[in-house]
Design a protein around this ligand. Structure first.
Ligand SMILES: [Zn+2]
Length: 473
């Protein structure tokens, strides 16, 4: 059936701006019983109270977006009448959002203060001590994270599936697949020095288990995530890259690989000098050995270490999604610009950890100017000021308030650039006639806003998710 939305304006990240706007969507309504995704139906705690009734649809497709007069003419030409007309007041229609870097399985921890004296290792200790070990608890934490994401207008995530009892686990992937979200669940694993063999063995076993227990044609795809260069060896990166290539070659789906890179001063100290708190951590857990020591001395930066590995191996051509990249020299910038990799910048996380005090302002504007695909992520709820919602709209609003950066480009970083990084169709995150729309938002704004992109970033109101596509994109 056709549903018509009449609103003061509609915009997307390509520069499309129609005011007043009428949007016609082809909508296949789900039965009320189908509103909860299959795997969450058996567990009432996994339901999503923030998803209003009649929001989830089997299909959403854009028939047309134009002024009301043009849509009237379009309907006459079609000889069609909308089944419903919805009036959107004092709000702007936009496509729903992408959060390219989240840790939904840490949502139960909630926001926590950062202790600069403890540094990043203190944060890692916190995460390790609070990681969940029971399937039911992990389901609940991810369901809560999904609810907070939907409350923030996010319908697709690049989510990190954290370890369970120190081993890579498919549980977070299966839990995410039970929520209404789209995206990629990046199976995270560790293994360096003395733990390398176990890391290779455990990651292979988890990838195999994921392939057997999770269908490829799901809203949530499997991705791989060697955690970071200070906890995952070259061999794990090579295997992840080769596996992604294999998946592409076999036409299964374009598997994505992610990693944390150039995030903290502790990481830089280890990779460039072989010293510091991260070395102490690796020694304490018994992973440090001579081979690790040799590898970590002499790189100019974490990025050059990463690219040096790429060139040594020659095979690491799979597009990576690099989380953070707070530390980026001019030479690093050139390497990134000549690569297929995307960057998930998490502005509030970067600010929370005070990375600008060590590395200077994040260079996302230089990266974009150099042609690098930079998108937005929230990181976990731990580093956010409150747990009202998990939204890249708030990241964009944070950057607009702090830097005054181009509002349309900020919307692109929260929509089509995130989709590109995750291998999702960009057309689902802009208004593209004839194409599936992942979701539809109404973002409240003050009336008479001359620049609608600016208006949605100046607004502090909650975005309202008013339609969500439930089939795989
Ligand atoms: Zn992360």
């Amino acid at each position: 059936m056709l549903v018509r939305y009449n609103a003061p304006a509609a915009i997307d990240a390509t520069g499309l701006h129609i005011a007043p706007a009428s949007l016609l969507l082809h909508v296949d309504r789900l039965h009320a019983d189908d509103e909860a995704p299959e795997s969450s139906r058996s567990d009432s705690s996994s339901r999503h109270p923030t998803l209003p009734p009649n929001t989830l649809h089997a299909n959403l497709r854009v028939e047309a977006l134009a002024t009301p007069t043009e849509i009237d003419a379009h309907l006459r030409a079609l000889g069609a009448t909308p089944a419903r007309t919805i009036k959107v007041v004092d709000a702007i229609l936009t496509p729903a959002l992408v959060n390219a870097h989240s840790h939904l399985d840490l949502t139960h921890i909630g926001p926590q203060p950062f202790d600069p004296a403890e540094g990043f290792t203190g944060f890692i200790r916190l995460v390790l001590s609070r990681r969940l070990t029971e399937l039911h608890d992990i389901n609940r934490s991810i369901a809560l994270g999904a609810s907070l994401s939907l409350a923030g207008g996010v319908v697709a995530v690049g989510d990190i599936a954290g370890v369970v009892e120190s081993k890579p686990s498919v549980w977070p992937l299966l839990a995410l697949a039970g929520t209404p979200l789209h995206g990629v669940s990046f199976l995270e694993y560790f293994g360096i020095g003395e733990s390398e063999e176990a890391g290779v063995h455990d990651s292979r076993a988890a990838i195999k288990e994921a392939a057997s227990r999770h269908p490829a044609n799901s809203r949530v795809r499997l991705g791989l995530q060697p955690h970071a260069p200070y906890t995952a060896s070259l061999r794990l990166y090579l295997e992840a890259s080769a596996h992604a290539h294999g998946a592409q070659r076999n036409g299964v789906y374009p598997m994505r690989v992610s990693t944390h890179l150039a995030e903290s001063p502790e990481e830089r100290e280890l990779i460039t000098r072989g010293k510091g708190p991260f070395r102490q951590f690796l020694e304490r857990v018994g992973w440090w050995n001579r081979a690790v020591e040799k590898r970590f001395i002499g790189s100019e930066s974490p990025i050059s270490y990463f690219f040096c590995n790429c060139s040594i191996l020659g095979e690491m051509q799979a597009p990576f999604l690099l989380a953070h990249v707070n530390n980026c020299s001019n030479s690093d910038l050139r390497d990134l610009a000549n690569s297929p990799h995307s960057i998930a910048y998490c502005p509030r996380s970067s600010s929370y950890f005070r990375n600008h005090e060590h590395f200077g302002p994040h260079r996302y504007r230089d990266m974009l100017a150099a042609g690098i695909n930079v998108c937005l992520g929230t990181d976990s709820v731990i580093n956010l000021p409150n747990a009202d919602r998990l939204s890249t709209l708030d990241e964009a609003r944070f950057l607009f308030a702090r830097d005054g950066f181009d509002p349309r480009e900020l919307l692109a970083m929260a929509t089509i650039r995130g989709a590109r990084a995750l291998g999702l169709p960009e057309t689902a995150f802009r208004f593209s006639q004839g194409d599936t729309l992942a979701g539809l938002l109404a973002i409240p704004v003050a009336s008479n806003s001359p620049n609608p992109w600016e208006a949605i970033l100046r607004s502090t109101d909650d975005p309202q998710l008013i339609a969500l596509h439930s089939q795989p994109l």
